[in-house]
Ligand binder design. Structure first.
Ligand SMILES: Nc1nc2c(ncn2[C@@H]2O[C@H](COP(=O)(O)OP(=O)(O)OP(=O)(O)O)[C@@H](O)[C@H]2O)c(=O)[nH]1
Ligand SMILES: [Mg+2]
Length: 402
């Protein structure tokens, strides 16, 4: 359960987190500095959005008033060499329920194998006495459930089964029930308020967590519900990120507002909301960068986006969705803490539960932060975003069959 056990794929994210909490260490000097940012105002001089030019009824002099920004407090860095966007092909047809459950189970196998084996070792012809409960608690902690949650789950189990002889299957079933009870209150879909035109969803998270992909998948789901959706490529830090969102826009038939790399993300968000309001869109999904050079830089950018959106709609964004990669294990806690400090996170989407996920952490997060988990990602395709179902997830985690 410690960060030291994280798999190799975390190195990049750890690097990000390292950067998230660091100020001006040596790695910055390896990057060629970008030109000094343009002085204010930031919106006015920018190139027009790619989908439609500003309409004449907007007075040009209004715009500087709306964003009276100082230059950003962070020194923008030259993005690392641009990786080609990794855009998987859409999954042709929806998975049936057994298909997705099998995927979730195999994704959670890293957690569930450990639990299943541990439970089998512990509870073959054994009473659920104090010693057994203590060992079970340790096992749950190593499966990423965290000390507090593991303690609570075991205590509740003891209430009903103390000193009874229990089989591994009974323990698994009881555990799944206890875990489902922790998860149930947070299993809440991302509800779009039809009174908002648009309902603005700001999507945040560290780089690589799955923000852009999740936006594409959400766009598809909302389109399938008959909603009109537009996308804003607010991750202006990398050219590839903009391209990636445009591909999702084409795939889901949603307009994408985008600007060149390095453009001001808040200005782009402003234009995107104005256009979406004008069209009367139901939903606006705003992508953000996860890769700014430090926490202060990221916070400054996100807060600027919030301020600018609120100039047009005092209640926007109506949802702030934090996307977490389930393979990072305990790091997810510090990511939630960091983003809660930066913005009012209103819910989570947890991705990569089809990979070598460490799903136990989702239970610990639910128990600790009580943030709604709107959906889970179980693959790279457009259909691979599923509602978060507490009971199914709990059963998968303990290795039970559906
Ligand atoms: N297996 C799997 N891969 C996923 C899932 N969600 C996203 N990915 C992949 O994870 C990688 C990163 O996803 P992105 O959507 O680009 O992540 P991001 O948060 O936008 O990253 P930055 O733009 O770098 O901040 C891509 O290769 C995605 O295809 C998922 O649920 N399962
Ligand atoms: Mg992205």
């Amino acid at each position: 359960m410690t960060e030291g056990e994280d798999n190799g794929g975390e190195a990049r994210r750890k690097g990000w987190l390292g950067r998230l909490f660091r100020r001006g260490d040596e790695t910055e000097t390896q990057q060629t500095p970008r030109p000094t940012p343009e002085p204010e105002p930031e919106i006015e001089p920018e190139p027009p959005p790619t989908i439609e030019p500003p309409e004449p009824d907007i007075q040009p002099e209004e715009i500087p008033e709306i964003v009276p920004e100082e230059p950003p407090e962070y020194a923008p860095e030259t993005p690392p060499e641009i990786e080609p966007p990794q855009i998987p092909e859409a999954v042709a047809k929806p998975l049936d329920n057994r298909g997705w459950f099998a995927r979730l189970r195999s994704g959670l196998s890293r957690s569930s194998n450990r639990l299943t084996q541990g439970i089998a070792d512990l509870f073959t012809k054994r009473r659920l006495d104090d010693e057994a409960l203590e060992e079970l608690e340790e096992l749950l902690i190593t499966a990423d459930l965290g000390v507090a949650t593991a303690g609570r789950v075991v205590k509740r189990l003891a209430r009903s089964r103390f000193n009874q002889e229990v089989s591994p299957d009974e323990i698994k079933a009881a555990l799944a029930d206890e875990i489902a009870e922790v998860l149930e209150p947070v299993a809440q879909p991302l509800d779009i308020d039809p009174a908002r035109k648009p309902h603005v969803v700001l999507v945040v998270g560290v780089n690589g967590s799955g923000k852009t992909t999740t936006i594409g998948k959400l766009a598809k789901q909302f389109r399938d519900q008959g909603l009109s959706v537009s996308l804003a490529a607010g991750d202006t830090f990398r050219a590839a990120a903009v391209e990636q969102l445009k591909v999702w826009g084409e795939r889901t038939n949603c307009p994408v507002i985008a600007r060149d790399q390095g453009a001001d993300a808040a200005g782009l968000a402003f234009d995107a909301l104005r256009d979406a309001q004008r069209r009367g869109d139901d939903v606006l999904l705003i992508d953000t960068a996860g890769r700014l050079q430090n926490k202060e830089g990221l916070m400054a950018e996100l807060q600027k986006i919030l301020r600018v959106l609120r100039k047009q709609d005092a209640e926007a964004p109506h949802s702030v969705v934090l996307v977490l990669d389930a393979t990072v294990g305990q790091n997810a806690h510090s990511q939630v803490e960091a983003f809660k400090e930066m913005t009012e996170v209103s819910g989570l989407v947890v991705t990569k539960l089809d990979g070598t996920a460490r799903g136990g952490v989702l239970v610990a997060l639910a128990d600790r932060f009580h943030l709604p988990v709107h959906a889970i990602g179980i693959g790279e395709g457009v259909e691979d975003l599923r509602p978060f179902e507490a009971a199914a997830f709990a059963r998968s985690l303990v290795g039970q069959r559906q």
